[in-house]
Design a protein around this ligand. Sequence first.
Ligand code: PGA
Length: 236
Amino acid sequence: MAIIASNFKTNHTRKSTATFIEELNSFLDEKSISSDVYVFPTATSLDEFNTVSNLTLGVQNAYATAKGSFTGEIGTEQLDEFGIKTILIGHSERRHILKESQEEITKKFNFYKELGYTIIYCIGEPLEVKEQGLEKTLEYLYEQFVGIDTNYENLILAYEPVWAIGTGVTATNNDIKAVHSAIKQKISKPLLYGGSVKVANVREICSIDGVDGTLIGTASWVVEDFKQIIENTKDL
Ligand code: PGA
């Protein structure tokens, strides 16, 4: 069954998030869709949503703490309030824009692993690495697993080439296939693809060998589109 995840990034308000979740939930319920659907809203939009069992709300980021003095961050005390048990870790925007190091990412991973969170762990190479070929790309990607327990039971992986995120440029099917099959040989965990996935290409991408679903930003923010994406992949 396909795993379909929406990363809101810095989009939607508390109000529009609630409307989105409500509409999405009714859709999954009425159509009896059994795909595993995840939504990662902004931290300010978290709430106790009453959803079907295959719709899970997660957090885009949190600090490796229950609480404390970490200005601007949130910890598990804030997540527990809403029963959040799912987190994105290692997203390229946090690695590259927010400068999170592999060491910090590892610390976060271990903290949330200890608590049994479902972790969607993201990896991906920048364009200059991709241009050096598959071998170098894989070398770079494997570095992003340093310190990460790839046997962790509640782990989902997401391969998101940095050059394909938010750019409208999707990796070719061959690129995706090559990276996914190499990773799958080493790690037997669900592996999502992300990077400019949209209504028009989601079925084709999710049908590639070794692709277990997708993590979507831009194309998932309009609920009608996200519903269509789920519709297009519901039997995969
Ligand atoms: P995008 O983002 O769909 O806008 O390319 C994907 C992601 O960052 O997860």
